[in-house]
Ligand binder design. Structure first.
Ligand code: NAD
Length: 429
């Protein structure tokens, strides 16, 4: 792989522009290939019924979800882990051992199991939307990990959103910070006029290391076959020969991931959109590159900056650096004052306090809250599966976050400003 600091080439010497047009074509094809052979209505889950949970993808995050659901069951939630699916047989069998769940080598087989009411999708980004479309067509409700889809799949994500509404399925996107009660305090302060009219948000994600992208190789000898479904992993991605790096360490490659923008910023942006009532951005510009990790086959940037302008006449500026962990406090500025958030580093769990700094007068500190939000996100999802209400990160809401991420990636890769056609829900660049 050759890549200069601005990421002008991807693997095989393909330029950014060629890469985009290839992936766009592949995405259009996915809309056709992901069609499930039938549309099933799904079981109506009553208030006291046991909900059967199936897992698609049981790697790092999938195992956290398994443990979360096990914890909820121990706490009295009426749930049962009934089925697991993974493209790597070793992980599939390991996940099934403690739960006694049925194992399925392919996700459509799991979706055909009537004992499965809801599925948790925690596969690599590019598989989320195609598998989620298959799941709603099979009559299942879905907890779908963030990002909602791969950065090249915005049109497919919009179709998924439309189909979810049409089929009346419940979908929770895994931006679990949105379930953290801390953000309600930000919302209340802004609504009570603590900063006047919102104009600017500045936040970021800072890490000392690249472990996020350089994922461990679970089996250096692994090969495609009955033990490892390489075609299933690729989905609608370009058909390239198998390597253990691509399969296990997929976050390094643009075909399957986007780097900090799509991996980390969904956590940062989601609660701001929710608490501040922002919509689709009208304009996004992004910059960055591979400025630190220049010595291995990494295609995704390690430094990423994005500026979003919203029709609500507010800008959001997000920065990510893997240089070190030095953190600037997020700031929400209005014409009458500013809110800063203390120890918001783990975006998924909340923050310790909010400092309210008025334009005139004394500052005050309001206590925040840090919670384990994945369980709360699951509880909200299951409540909505029973009640058929919208979950906190339902598809319509999550599409606004996804639009911002996809616009930023397009802007970065094409070195242009991305705009949003809100009437047609389309990215224009
Ligand atoms: N919300 C959060 O805080 C959070 C945290 C970590 C990861 N995630 C998200 O979870 C997703 C998975 O990340 P991860 O770190 O667990 O990756 P991972 O590689 O550890 O796990 C992905 C699993 O999917 C399996 N897989 C690949 N193709 C498949 C297919 N076609 N069908 C079924 N299984 C398949 C792989 O074998 C692997 O076990 C990513 O999209 C990531 O962004 C979210």
């Amino acid at each position: 792989m050759k890549s200069n600091h601005t990421g002008n080439e991807t693997s095989g010497g393909v330029t950014r522009r060629e890469f985009i047009s290839t992936t766009t074509r592949a995405t259009m094809a996915a809309a056709a290939v992901s069609a499930f052979p039938f549309v099933a209505r799904g079981r109506v889950v009553g208030a006291n019924d046991c909900v059967g949970v199936g897992f698609i993808g049981v790697g790092g995050r999938g195992n956290t979800h398994l443990a979360t659901v096990q914890k909820l069951i121990k706490g009295g939630e009426n749930l049962k882990i009934v089925a697991v699916n993974d493209a790597f047989r070793y992980r599939l069998e390991e996940a099934a051992k403690p739960t006694g769940a049925k194992t399925y080598a392919k996700h459509p087989e799991l979706l055909a199991d009537p004992a499965v009411d809801v599925v948790c999708i925690a596969t690599p980004d590019r598989l989320h939307v195609p598998q989620a479309i298959d799941a709603i067509r099979a009559g299942k409700d879905v907890y779908c990990e963030k990002p909602m889809g791969h950065w090249s799949q915005f049109d497919l994500a919009r179709s998924f959103c439309e189909e979810t509404k049409k089929l009346k399925r419940i979908v929770q996107v895994g931006n679990q910070g949105n379930s953290s009660p801390a953000w309600g305090k930000v919302k209340d302060l802004v609504q009570q006029g603590a900063i006047g009219r919102l104009q600017h948000v500045q936040a970021g994600y800072y890490r000392n290391g690249d472990w996020g992208e350089r994922m461990p190789i679970a089996d250096p000898e692994a090969k495609p076959g009955p033990e490892l479904d390489w075609e299933g992993f690729l989905g609608d991605a370009p058909k390239v020969p198998f390597t253990v790096q691509r399969f296990f360490s997929w976050r390094k490659y643009l075909d399957y991931a986007g780097g900090p923008c799509t991996d980390l910023f969904p956590h940062v942006l989601t609660p701001f959109i929710s608490a501040l009532g922002l919509n689709f951005p009208m304009r996004v510009v992004a910059s960055g590159g591979i400025f630190k990790y220049t010595t291995y086959d990494r295609e995704v940037p390690d430094t990423f900056n994005m500026c979003l302008d919203y029709p609500e006449k507010a800008s959001v500026v997000l920065v990510c650096s893997l240089a070190n962990e030095y953190t600037s406090e997020p700031a929400i500025r209005g014409d009458e004052g500013t809110l800063t958030l203390q120890n918001a580093g783990g975006w998924e769990s909340g923050f310790d306090s909010i400092t309210v700094i008025p334009k005139k007068g004394e500052s005050k500190v309001v206590p925040g809250l840090k919670t384990e939000s994945t369980s709360l996100h699951w509880l909200n999802f299951i409540k909505c599966v029973r009640s058929r209400e919208k979950p906190v990160s339902d598809v319509e809401f999550a599409l606004k976050v996804q639009a911002a991420m996809c616009m930023a990636m397009e802007s970065f890769l094409k070195e242009r400003v991305a705009k949003f056609d809100v009437a047609n829900l389309k990215i224009v660049i």
